[in-house]
Design a protein around this ligand. Sequence first.
Ligand code: IPM
Ligand code: MN
Length: 353
Amino acid sequence: MSKSYNIAVIPGDGTGPEVIREGIKVLNAAASRYGFKLSFDEFDFGGERYLKTGEVLPDSAPDDLRQYDTILLGAIGHPDVRPGILEKGILLRLRFELDQYINLRPVKLYPGVDTPLKNKGPEHIDYVVVRENSGDVYTGSGGVTMKGTPHEVAIQNMVYNRMQVDRCLRYAFEYTRKRDRRKTLALCGKTNVLTYVFDLWERAFHEMGASDYPDITREYYHVDATCMWMVKNPEWFDVIVTTNMFGDIITDLGAITQGGMGIAAGGNINPRGVSMFEPIGGSAPKYTGMNIINPLAAIACGAMMLEHLGEAEAATAVEKAIMDVTANKLKDLGAGKMGYSTTEVGDLVAERI
Ligand code: IPM
Ligand code: MN
């Protein structure tokens, strides 16, 4: 009997639905080629639904989504909705309630793709950022007093407990071992200023590494230096593990070095629960409905999702197909500059599976 997987799809806002359509097209091609079944159920969460109903996310959503094997998300963000409402109310709420405590963001330059880094090619840019996804300034801890007066105080706390740090480090060490490249895990922090939080991270990092992962080389970089080396010597990196906010920032830098938002994929992972795969880029409202947005990031999310489901062969096939298309077909990764429409790019990848 062939395996079958139930996937919840949240196309979301802007160009989300267009790129998700191509992601599903390629996933279906992989399923029929590699002999497993996929079924997709759509959820209409996003800006349009909020504007119509006034509800950001129904309270039943996390439990409904828990019934699925994985979630595929397009993009969240609507030009007519004040920034923060949908991001916090949908994306962050789902990450937190489904306890997707890892944000896995590969930084990989595919063949034929332009990078702004001088003299760097695919052999130099191929590493993975393990971004902690449940703590830090994202928890909403803090507050404001004396608002509107000259004495106004605003506090936003960087919050981590040992459990969050340990489970993230555990994932990162295991991932580095499984990836089996340079077997090097770099902790990215700021021990010289954030002396409480990164003292915790650094101690936990070395304790766990020394006792359980003697085969993995440990490195430490301050976050500011990490940015510098990601530009100057990206080939130094194998796996980087970091906190939520630093991970947010350095993965945008990473994304632009791999060709930008059209290609950068990520996964919000709960290793024991339901994970959610999403392109790092946003909803790109100005390109909505024009069939010119690049769907490769969503398609690459599909590959990450297959890997996560245990369909490694199919995942590799999708990634290879993407690489063949970037190497031999696309003129550019930018919206409207690919030399093909959104749907044609989906077809090009699907027919190579
Ligand atoms: C990301 C985004 C989100 C984040 C925003 C939209 C809340 O920037 O996924 O990187 O900060 O995590
Ligand atoms: Mn971000």
